[in-house]
Write a protein that binds this ligand. Structure first.
Ligand code: COA
Length: 166
């Protein structure tokens, strides 16, 4: 299935709320991605991500709608040569190989754009879909941080997946 990565626009608000307002997405993310996902949440997100130059967060456009998001976040201080990635996709489009491909795209963009050598992601240990996405995009499991997460009244392990600049 075809998709494009492009900058978020304020006019994406309706599509953003439509696709993001889903507990099956929110349950795998930090609490910065709320459920329910309201218009106010969407406005706050768009204000934040449309400011960056160079761009850090891209909309995943499918069938003319912003239906997902993928971002790369260079770190600071002694971690300045590393960047974290994060992503979600509308449940309507899961299992089409879109995110595995989008992660490869953001890795290329990240190494081309920022002065970094290491890109990592931190899926919950129970998020097997996301781990599969990362493996397909050339990431390797580096660490398991036991009980590092506490979400919805439950402790979970956090995994670190990494890809280095060649
Ligand atoms: C994780 C997510 C981004 C995957 O997007 P996607 O476009 O469906 O991913 P892909 O189609 O590229 O790949 C999914 C892989 O997971 C596999 N998979 C699907 N459901 C699975 C499950 N329940 N358990 C294990 N693997 C599963 C698929 O088979 C596929 O692998 P394959 O191509 O080898 O068959 C999407 O499900 C999502 O937005 N989830 C909620 C938010 C989230 O978890 N974000 C990541 C936080 S680290």
């Amino acid at each position: 299935m075809d998709y494009i990565l492009r900058p978020w626009r304020n006019s994406d608000l309706d599509c953003l709320v439509k696709h993001a307002n889903n507990y099956n997405i929110a349950k795998w993310l930090t609490n910065q991605f709320p459920y329910p996902y309201t218009y106010d949440s969407g406005k706050g997100f768009l204000t934040m991500v449309t400011k960056d130059n160079p761009i850090k967060v891209f909309a995943i456009e499918i069938e003319g709608e912003a239906a997902g998001s993928i971002g790369i976040f260079p770190q600071t201080d002694i971690h300045e040569k590393s960047a974290e990635i994060g992503y979600w996709l509308s449940e309507k489009y899961w299992r089409n190989g879109i995110m595995s491909s989008a992660v490869r795209d953001i890795v290329k963009y990240g190494f081309d754009t920022f002065d970094i050598v290491r890109i990592y992601a931190k899926p919950f240990s129970s998020n097997e879909r996301s781990q599969r996405v990362l493996e397909k995009a050339g990431f390797a499991l580096e660490a398991r941080l036991k009980k590092a997460l506490y979400k919805n009244g439950e402790f979970m392990d956090e995994l670190i997946y990494v890809r280095f600049k060649e």
